[in-house]
Write a protein that binds this ligand. Sequence first.
Ligand code: ATP
Length: 481
Amino acid sequence: MNKKDEKNKILEQNNLDKISEINNDASDKMEKIVSLAKRRGFVYPSSEIYGGFAGIYDFGPMGVELENNIKNHWWKWMVQKRRDIVGLDSGIFMNPKIWEASGHTKGFSDPMAECKECNTRIRVDKVLEEIGVSADEKMSEEEINKLFDENRNKIKCPKCGKQNFSEVKKFNLLVQSNLGDFTKKGDSPAYLRGETCQGIYVNFSNVVDSIHMKLPFGIAQIGKAFRNEISPRQFLFRAREFEQMEMQYFTHPKDEMKEFEKLREYRWKAILDLGIKEENIRWKQHDNLVFYAKDAWDIEYKYPWGFDELEGIHARGNYDLTQHSEGCGKAQDYYDQEKNEKFIPHIIESSIGVGRLVFAILDNAYIEEEVKGEMRVVLRLNKKIAPVKVAVLPLSKKEELSKPALELFEKLNEKFVCQYDETQSIGKRYRRQDEIGTPYCITFDFETLEDGAVTIRDRDTMEQERIKIDELTDYLEFKLK
Ligand code: ATP
């Protein structure tokens, strides 16, 4: 059935005046998503009862299910479907020398200026980009100060509105801790990792030695990363604590660019497989490459403020393993027995933040539409990743209905993530399930006691079908595939 016929059928069946999408490109979409995320238990600002804590978010009951489904999807695509990629879970803390060798203690910084009136800090490259001046965090202090000075008169403090900024300084993003330091001097800090991939690089030789992976092969990991972001904002987009899903693919130098193209194509497909609409993503090639990189592309998502980085896919040459070879004094090389050849592998990486992906998925799925003259908010999440798959809703709280309905819930809950809800009117319960993106609602009514059948409502079409309880599991299994 095409979309138009489907819509007419719903109108006919439900005698609805109108179903039409409204407002879905509205400028207040950001606030709407943040509000829905909190109202329905997806994402809460951290430490709220103590006035909050900038750049940190807590995932609520719906958020953690969605997040887990997204991580499982990534793991399936990046590890389980692939014979040439294996998983890893390295520690958050590592020997501080790792961050020296990787260049993070010196070079992992963003350009910052401070408002001399109210002490608000701004991330200068992003502020310049907002006014249409091309800049990035890799520029030297001198270069970015020059650009900033040329444009000072166009930049106002986001808090007090004045234009009295300090000069631009590079601010290091590594977060320090006193782990293992009992001297109280704090002069030998251990760092919370700024990215998960360093844990992969330093385990490269362990993986080769223990499970004998042959090049080309990849190591994937999901885990927390921490950055002292200068101005955390834009909801989950720029947090100080976040999770990354990273895969580092080790290749022979001559294969690097061929594998890079394959990885780009594969990651594009994986993002689409999550239900993200193709018109909401695009490729962006980096103009300003770091000296060792061969090529670098981002997949950008159309966030409420415009296209911005969702995932980075980069060809990094042999920089990472060379740095660690020098740092630890042991060559991190690979020996190809067949060809009797020894070399330092080149690396291509795919790196995506879980929070940025959750945000993109909520934005991509959020729809407001008018039904029967009323506004309905629905999350058209891909069924694979919806936090709850089925809701069981008895029409009345009376025991003669609630008892068998609960039994049905318990049976279905063995196979699918289900919710049981008997509070308020059926209309309100449908709306709640629509807002968390539950694909199917099952109503258990008095007729069910006689005919052994229930009504199933489809989230997207709102079409209702009567199905025998005996056939329910097969039906749902087929529909949720
Ligand atoms: P940006 O330029 O936006 O600061 P980046 O280029 O520094 O990002 P990378 O270091 O390449 O980002 O990190 C890889 C991925 O990790 C990003 O594509 C993004 O999905 C995620 N990520 C990076 N920083 C953050 C953050 N502060 N909050 C949430 N996710 C992040």
